[in-house]
Ligand binder design. Structure first.
Ligand SMILES: [Zn+2]
Length: 206
């Protein structure tokens, strides 16, 4: 092969690869993007696990410690990097009703997004309003190794359905660890948390 022909072939191959990479990076597929988004929304309405028959107070699933299931919190710098916001008008957000502090209950670790969005769908379908009492808390009320400190845990209630039913739905929604928590000084709630390394359900849609 003549050297110039070889160089031309090489250049053309380079342009082809660059175009493919570009298409991938920009996700320029016209309808594919919308279809994928719709698939995800529909997927969120389906439970990913069968609900347990009961979810009594002071019990959790699976039947092992939270850190054995979800791992320990990392550090605040990685928490900042992984935070996303969830907005949904069907949800009651505690931070919008308590103006005495600067908390923001819309902030979550990205690994929380899929089960949170699925739980919003499941609770709505069951006729309830999901209440987010506590989400990302970089400091303050939670213990030092709490997953709330990096946005991997959420505290939830639901007046219409009650906590046992809510805990069942949280399990069906795919949280890795669900706890029907009844603190000694009151304020029973469902605490739900996730592993940090879950696949990003929404990665292609961003
Ligand atoms: Zn909690």
């Amino acid at each position: 092969m003549a050297p110039w022909l070889f160089l031309l072939a090489l250049a053309l191959a380079g342009v082809g690869i660059a175009a493919l990479a570009m298409r991938h990076a920009l996700d320029v597929s016209d309808d594919g993007h919308a279809d994928h988004w719709m698939e995800q929304i529909v997927g969120l309405r389906r439970p990913v696990r069968e609900a347990p028959r009961r979810f009594p107070p002071r019990t959790h699933l699976p039947d092992q410690r939270e850190d054995a299931t979800c791992g320990m919190p990392e550090n605040n710098s990685s928490a900042q990097r992984d935070l996303i916001r969830i907005e949904d008008s069907r949800v009651w957000w505690e931070s919008e009703h308590d103006v005495s502090d600067t908390e923001d209950d819309h902030e979550f670790h990205r690994a929380m997004e899929e089960p949170m969005r699925r739980l919003i769908e499941l609770v709505s379908a069951a006729g309830g309003t999901l209440k987010v009492q506590d989400a990302y808390r970089p400091q303050g009320i939670h213990k030092t190794l709490s997953l709330h400190r990096e946005g991997r845990a959420v505290d939830l209630t639901c007046d219409e359905l009650g906590l046992e039913k809510l805990a069942m739905l949280a399990w069906s929604a795919g949280f890795d660890w669900v706890y029907h928590e009844v603190p000694r000084n009151g304020g029973a709630h469902v605490h739900a948390s996730v592993r940090a390394d879950r696949a990003d359900y929404f990665a292609k849609s961003r």
